[in-house]
Structure formats: C-alpha cells, structure tokens
Design a protein around this ligand. Structure first.
Ligand code: ADP
Ligand code: MG
Length: 212
C-alpha cells in the first residue's frame, strides 16, 4: 500500500459521503447540530485537492498528510477524532509503512482506533463512531489471529460495521452533543457511527476491487 492506495480510499469515502449526504444530515439534525456530514465533506474535498501530494508519498506519510489536512479543515468533534485515527495509523505503520499482511492491517487499524479513544475518551456503548470502530478493530484482530485471507477480511468487516452502526439506535448517548438529549437520544442512529460505517464499507469494497 502507498499514497495511491490512500488516495483511492479517500475517493471511495468521499463518494459514499456524497451519496448519503441528506441521510447523515438528517441523523445529525435529530441528535446533534446537523453539521457532521458537511464537516466531513469539507475535509474530503480538501483531501481531493491534495491528490498529487498524497499520491506521491509512501503509505505512512500519505496518511499523515491527510490527517493534518483533516485537522485544519474538518470542524466539530470529528475533525480531531479523524486526525487521531489517521495519525495513529501512520505512527503504527513505521517507516516503510507498508501493509503487507492482515496482521499488519489489524495492528495499524487498532492503533488508530486507540488514538481516537484516547482523544475522545469514549468507549463502547456511548453511542458514537467508537461503536463502529471498536467492533471492527476487534473483529479484524480476530481474523488476523486466525490467519484469514485479505479477501475474507474485506468481505467480513462491512457486515460487522453495519450491525454495529444499527446497534447505536437503541443506545443512550453519553458522549458528544447527543448526550445533552439524555433519553431522547435513544431511537436514532448516531451520525458518526453511520458515516464511519459507510466509509469502512466503501474502503473495503475499493481495496477488494484492487485485489480482484
Ligand atoms: P459536533 O458534535 O461537535 O458537532 P460532528 O457533528 O462533526 O461534531 O460529529 C458528531 C459525531 O462525532 C457524533 O455523531 C459521534 O459519532 C462523534 N463523537 C462525538 N463525540 C465523540 C467522542 N468523544 N468520541 C468519539 N466520537 C465522538
Ligand atoms: Mg455536529
């Protein structure tokens, strides 16, 4: 994997966010302030503008470049959180930063998710994007332990992400803006869980397509 792979994943994420803009805006209007998808699209647009620079880099510096750009363009809670995800992944990728195995991918993604957890102080069950990121990282770790093929991983994770996203509907929000609603936060899917799930789905599909 290199900067071109990173850029292809960014494009896939951007396309799915565009496609689901209205839906995610509506979710954030229900339990947040409605800006989540627009924050993310601003970031994704900025990353598309950096295409040549990102593509020219190796994997880890490409992720880091994207991370810094997100920090300066995405507002809200999610800007620093996505910065932490990508920067944490870059740090764990080491110098060459190649993702040569499912084990590498599991270690790198887990490091990114840990960085988000440290930044946002949310664990499982707070009704945030963590309720998608943590189960996906856990399943990826299990798949790595059982020596699953990359194809099996890319086929399995979207389902894990989807189930996890749907499970946020019944949760009580205890972190972020939605927590101000208390019990009224129940009955709505968390917008950050939905956007994260969609991006995971799109990135897996894109990586699977590259391997086909
Ligand atoms: P804001 O809530 O500041 O307007 P956004 O609208 O960009 O920020 O993002 C809202 C999303 O961020 C939520 O749907 C939730 O998934 C996620 N989020 C909020 N707080 C946290 C946190 N402490 N840890 C992880 N994710 C969080
Ligand atoms: Mg918001």
């Amino acid at each position: 994997m290199n900067g071109k792979t990173v850029m292809a994943c960014i494009e896939a994420a951007h396309a799915t966010l565009k496609e689901h803009t209205e839906e995610i805006a509506a979710l954030d209007q229900q339990i947040g302030d409605g800006d989540h998808i627009f924050n993310l699209l601003r970031g994704a647009d900025a990353l598309l503008g950096l295409r040549a620079d990102i593509e020219a880099e190796a994997f880890a510096p490409a992720l880091d470049l994207a991370a810094s750009k997100l920090l300066s363009t995405v507002g809200g809670s999610s800007g620093p959180l996505f910065y932490s995800l990508l920067h944490g992944m870059a740090k764990a990728s080491g110098e060459s930063g190649d993702v040569a195995s499912v084990q590498d991918a599991a270690r790198i993604f887990a490091a990114g998710v840990d960085a988000v957890a440290q930044r946002g102080k949310a664990g499982l069950g707070s009704k945030t994007m963590m309720d998608v990121l943590i189960p996906v990282a856990s399943r990826l770790a299990e798949l790595a332990d059982s020596d699953a093929s990359p194809e099996a991983v890319l086929d399995t994770l979207p389902g894990v992400a989807e189930q996890s996203m749907l499970a946020t509907r019944d949760m009580l929000a205890t972190k972020g803006r939605a927590s101000f609603l208390g019990e009224r936060s129940r009955g709505h899917i968390d917008p950050g869980a939905r956007s994260s799930q969609l991006m995971i789905d799109a990135v897996c599909a894109r990586l699977a397509q590259d391997r086909a």
